[in-house]
Design a protein around this ligand. Sequence first.
Ligand SMILES: Nc1nc2c(ncn2[C@@H]2O[C@H](COP(=O)(O)OP(=O)(O)O)[C@@H](O)[C@H]2O)c(=O)[nH]1
Ligand SMILES: [Mg+2]
Length: 194
Amino acid sequence: MFIKSARFITSAPTLRETPPPLQYPEIVVVGRSNVGKSSFICKLTRTKIAKVSSTPGKTRLINYFLIDQRWYLVDLPGYGFAKVSKIIKERWAQAMEEYLAKRQGIRLAILLVDCRHPVKESDLQMYAWLQENSLPTQVVLTKIDKIGKNQLQRQLAETARAFNLAPSDLLALSSQSGQGFESLEGRLKAALQD
Ligand SMILES: Nc1nc2c(ncn2[C@@H]2O[C@H](COP(=O)(O)OP(=O)(O)O)[C@@H](O)[C@H]2O)c(=O)[nH]1
Ligand SMILES: [Mg+2]
C-alpha cells in the first residue's frame, strides 16, 4: 500500500490564502467539474476525505491534503462548468493560471479527463498552462468502469491525439473499481522521488 495517512489541511479560496509553499512537495489534481477529482482522491487515499459532490461547479476552493506527513495532494477547482457566468469563469481562469505559474513545489499535475467524452477546449487550455510552466503532467482517463475494452482503446488513441501524446503516455483508471491505481501510484512515487 502506497499511501498510509491522509489529512485534510485547508480549503483556500485564493492563492494568497494557500499554505506556505515548499514546506512539502505538491501533486495537483486538475480537470473539469464532475470529472471525478474528489472520487479519485478518496480512492487514492482510501478515505472519504474529499467530498464527492453530485452538484458540480459549486466549490471554488483549493483543497490541501497532507499525505504521509510528507507531501500535499492538492484538489484544484474544476473547470468547464456551464452554469456559471462568464465573469466567474474568467476569474477562475486567472486564478488557475496564476496558481500554476507561481506556486512553487509542484512536482506533478494529474489532468483527469472523462473516458466517455472527447477532450474539450478547456482541457487543452489547462494542458497548455501546464506546459507553459514546464510542469510535468500525467493525463489520466477516468471512469473506465463505464465503457468496454474496445471503446477504451479508441478513447486512449483519441485522447492521446488531442494532447499530442502517445497512447502509452496516458493512464486509465476507475475510482469505483480501483482499476488502474497501481500504475498511477507508481507515477506518483516517481514524481516525488525526483
Ligand atoms: N462509475 C464511476 N463514477 C465515478 C467515477 N469517478 C467519479 N464518479 C462519479 O462522478 C461524479 C462526480 O465525481 P466527483 O468526484 O464529485 O467529481 P469532481 O467534481 O471532479 O470532484 C460522482 O457522481 C461520482 O460518483 C468512476 O471512476 N466511476
Ligand atoms: Mg470535487
